[in-house]
Design a protein around this ligand. Structure first.
Ligand code: ZN
Length: 65
């Protein structure tokens, strides 16, 4: 309760925190590791995982894992 009182705009802070958590979740679960060269590919956006390796162009479909 004291923590909530010390944050002046805690509703906005809560939304901000939710956004940070979503971005963290998205980056972790949308990251793909290339099976051909081992390169880790970060997602181009927060919705879809990368389809192809940026290093060697190999497919990074979920079925490959
Ligand atoms: Zn690769």
């Amino acid at each position: 309760m004291i923590l909530l009182m010390t944050i002046p705009n805690w509703p906005a802070f809560t939304i901000f925190l939710a956004g940070v958590l979503f971005m963290g979740w998205a980056i972790v679960f949308q990251t793909r590791v290339c099976l051909s060269c081992g390169q880790v590919s970060q997602p181009d956006n927060l919705v879809t995982a990368p389809s192809f390796c940026r290093e060697c162009g190999a497919s990074l479909d979920d079925g490959a894992t």
